[in-house]
Design a binder for this molecule. Structure first.
Ligand code: AP5
Ligand code: MG
Length: 206
């Protein structure tokens, strides 16, 4: 299956992708994770993307479209994909139609006030990539699963979070109408316990 997770920053796309990609046996492809790896490795893409990401702005479409085209041409995508964070503009969605059109789009919906709280308290493991919230952590610096170091993302500062939400509403939310018009959209309430959100996503795919 070729699946897209659509949703604002903090909706739980990364959190839910783990369970859904293993259930569907397709690779989880997060463009945010790919860009952060490129920044860490100081590749040309990473160097070009960093300033946009730090400001909470979108990285230019052509950079993302080339990156995703290359990733989707890899062997592990033969049975499909779970895209998390792409497409984020109508231009990216149009490009994806040409590269490898999705079968379904799950829109994870959460009110903005909840998103702010989730993102400000998020910690991500640098080793296993697990995602946590400080309210559930005994130690804010150590991963409870693999003991790796927990990272506070550069763009999870309050002023950057506000910018990311604005960018989402202006540039990405129009994709809800775009995919709805194609009859491919399912909306799931993301403002529930993570295990219930997972159950509802899997049910929406049946
Ligand atoms: P990206 O990494 O994609 O960030 P994002 O879309 O802003 O989404 P997040 O990763 O912040 O949120 P999420 O939905 O994955 O939530 P999570 O599961 O972590 O992109 C980063 C940047 O890269 C962009 O700003 C842009 O610059 C660039 N970029 C990436 N793709 C691009 C593209 N296609 N085009 C252009 N630029 C691009 O959960 C968040 C928190 O909530 C965690 O603490 C978690 O524990 C908690 N949580 C999760 N689920 C629940 C629940 N059900 N109840 C309570 N808490 C929960
Ligand atoms: Mg994410």
């Amino acid at each position: 299956m070729k699946l897209i997770f659509l949703g604002p920053p903090g909706a739980g796309k990364g959190t839910q992708a783990l369970g859904v990609s293993s259930k569907l046996a397709v690779p989880h492809i997060s463009t945010g994770d790919m860009l952060r790896a490129a920044v860490r490795n100081q590749t040309a893409t990473g160097l070009a993307a960093k300033a946009y990401m730090d400001k909470g702005q979108l990285v230019p479409d052509e950079v993302l479209i080339d990156m995703v085209r290359e990733r989707l041409s890899m062997d592990d995508c033969a049975a499909g994909y779970l895209l998390d964070g792409f497409p984020r503009t109508v231009e990216q969605a149009e490009a994806l139609e040409q590269i490898s059109a999705p079968d379904m789009v799950v829109n994870i919906s959460v009110p903005d006030v909840k998103l702010l709280e989730r993102l400000a308290g998020r910690r991500v493991c640098g080793k296993c990539q697990g995602t946590f919230h400080i309210s559930k952590l005994a130690d804010e610096e150590v991963c409870p699963v693999c003991k790796g170091e927990l990272i506070h993302r550069e763009d999870d500062k309050p002023e950057t979070i506000t910018r990311r939400l604005k960018v989402y509403h202006e540039q990405t939310a129009p994709l809800i109408g775009y995919y709805s018009a194609k009859g491919k959209l399912k909306t799931v309430d993301g403002d529930n316990r993570p295990e219930d959100v997972l159950k509802n996503i899997l049910a929406s795919l049946e």
